[in-house]
Design a protein around this ligand. Structure first.
Ligand code: NAD
Ligand code: UGA
Length: 456
């Protein structure tokens, strides 16, 4: 029975996942360690450094009791019987595989640190999303030195989505655990199964070999992103033909073999993982000489780039082929609703292209303005930021809605229209609002995958 858990990496995955484990396993001491002292201090204070609905309530249940945060990563290793590795694995920006391969430097440093400081037998759990066969590399690092401690490496990829992380962790569709097919490997798997079984029904805990677990994570994200790119590809055709992408999505999704989820056309998918994980999958395919397989998955990312570009092109065309010196208000900068995360948000590319057209851009968002300021730090004086959507819309020629925040549904659009320039344009990148209603107020409306409703 495991009594001491350490998680290295206190980010979007490490923080919430460990808070849930601590909640359901009050007899287990859970320590979360991170080199980012500022992040650690925020977690320690009970005010999470990330915005995630319901997180702080769960955090406060165990904080200081059986859940602890520390910046002393090395000092926390010796006592741990099980170490989750939840560090970031971004796309490599340098050297071989730049722009595609996963950057494994944080992960490898962590592995070496575990090797150096572990005292007894330790189960190491890959929580980060990693290329297939990373566990093998990790094992080789662990075997590189004869010491007292023995290691078992498990792959336990995380499937939570931001904005619904707590719900996803409380009621996961499945928990996936991959491990070696040896008696020691199976014993390690059982330890982790027993931990999750405290709150996850046993039939939702899947055990596989370690490679299947690693690959399933990349494949799951690729399949999800592929659905978004598929419906976005159809949205382009809808705009040309008069078909309505929402009606098409409903018609397709009622087929139980296809299912209704992830068929919302949008300005494009964002987030720290979809693009990174697909590019990583493509790179793996190339490394194994599977060029055609790589090209197939790469098309999902290509379509996403196209969708973001197409959104801006439609804006330019609608607004008489020039945006120069026009004021464009951006409603929402987070990559999706209910998060402050802006990593790979479509808003970044859209804003940059609008600024490239010499427009003035005013960004508003209920949670992501700090991220927006960071992402557009080099954009100069043509970009401004305000938390107040009414203020943001003052004197605007157009609004581009890029994040599906619920609060944008409830705004007084009559009031917003009254403070805008004429003709007023509304580009709904999430199909959040009723185009008929907006049109009735006086807007020229451009939803995704639907014909425009123009007054001109
Ligand atoms: P993140 O950037 O929010 O957090 C990673 C943390 O690791 C950072 O706080 C960083 O300071 C810390 N770190 C890096 N190197 C370290 C080291 N040597 N020692 C201690 N701490 C170190 O990243 P995230 O979004 O939590 O993602 C983590 C992993 O989980 C990634 O592989 C990602 O692909 C995967 N994942 C993310 C999500 C998500 O929704 N964000 C969901 C599923 C899986
Ligand atoms: C995604 C997966 O859903 C998680 O299972 C996975 O664990 C995670 O990636 C990860 O590995 O990081 P996340 O990126 O947080 O989670 O959010 P999603 O809900 O998947 O949305 C991703 C993007 O697709 C968002 O920009 C969202 O707006 C967009 N999207 C989603 C659409 O445009 N249309 C849809 O129908 C669904």
């Amino acid at each position: 029975m495991i009594r001491n858990i350490l998680c290295i990496g206190a980010g979007y995955v490490g923080g919430p996942t460990m808070a849930i484990i601590a909640k359901h396993c009050p007899d287990v001491r859970v320590v979360v360690a991170d080199i980012n002292a500022e992040r650690v201090a925020a977690w320690q204070s009970g005010v999470a450094p990330i915005y995630e609905p319901g997180l702080e309530d769960v955090l406060r249940m165990s904080l200081g009791r059986n859940l602890h945060f520390t910046a002393d990563v090395e000092g926390a290793i010796p006592d741990a019987e099980m170490v989750f590795v939840s560090v970031n694995t971004p796309t490599k920006t340098f050297g071989q595989g730049a722009g595609r391969a996963a950057d494994l430097q944080h992960w490898e440093k962590t592995a070496r640190s575990i090797l150096q400081h572990a005292r007894g037998d330790t189960i190491v759990v890959e929580k980060s999303t990693l290329p297939v066969r990373t566990a093998e590399a990790m094992e080789r690092i662990f075997k590189s030195r004869d010491g007292g401690a023995r290691f078992q490496v498990l792959s336990n990829p995380e499937f939570l989505a931001e904005g619904t992380a707590i719900e996803d962790l409380e009621h996961p569709d499945r928990v996936l655990i991959g491990g070696a097919e040896t008696p020691d490997g199976q014993a390690a798997i059982q330890e982790l199964v027993d931990l999750y079984a405290r709150w996850v029904p046993r039939d939702r805990i899947l055990t596989t070999n370690v490679w299947s677990a690693e690959l399933s994570k990349l494949a799951a994200n690729a399949f999800l992103a592929q659905r978004v790119s598929s419906i976005n590809a159809i949205s382009a055709l809808c705009e040309q033909t008069g078909a309505d992408v929402q009606e098409v999505g409903r018609a397709i999704g009622t087929d139980h073999r296809i299912g209704p989820h992830f068929l919302r056309a949008s300005v494009g998918f964002g987030g720290s993982c979809f693009e990174k994980d697909i590019l990583n999958l493509v790179y793996l395919c190339e490394c194994y000489g599977l060029e055609e397989v790589g090209r197939y998955w790469e098309a999902v990312v290509t379509m996403n780039q196209y969708q973001k570009r197409r959104f801006v092109q439609r804006m330019i065309r609608a607004m008489f082929n020039t945006l120069a010196d026009k004021r464009i208000t951006v409603f929402g900068f987070a990559f999706k609703a209910d998060t402050g995360d802006t990593r790979q948000s479509p808003a970044i590319q859209v804003c940059r292209e609008l600024l490239g057209e010499r427009a003035f851009v005013c960004v508003t968002d209920p949670q992501a303005l700090d991220g927006a300021r960071r992402d557009l730090a080099d954009a100069g004086p043509r970009v401004s930021f305000t938390p107040d959507p009414y203020e943001a819309a003052r004197g605007a020629h157009a609004i581009a809605l890029l994040t599906d925040w619920r609060e944008y549904r409830d705004l007084d659009y009559q009031r917003i229209y009254a403070r805008m320039e004429r003709p007023a344009f509304f580009f709904d990148g999430r199909n959040l609002l009723d185009p008929e209603k907006l049109h009735g107020i006086g807007f020229n409306v451009y939803p995704i995958g639907l014909p425009e409703r123009s007054l001109l």
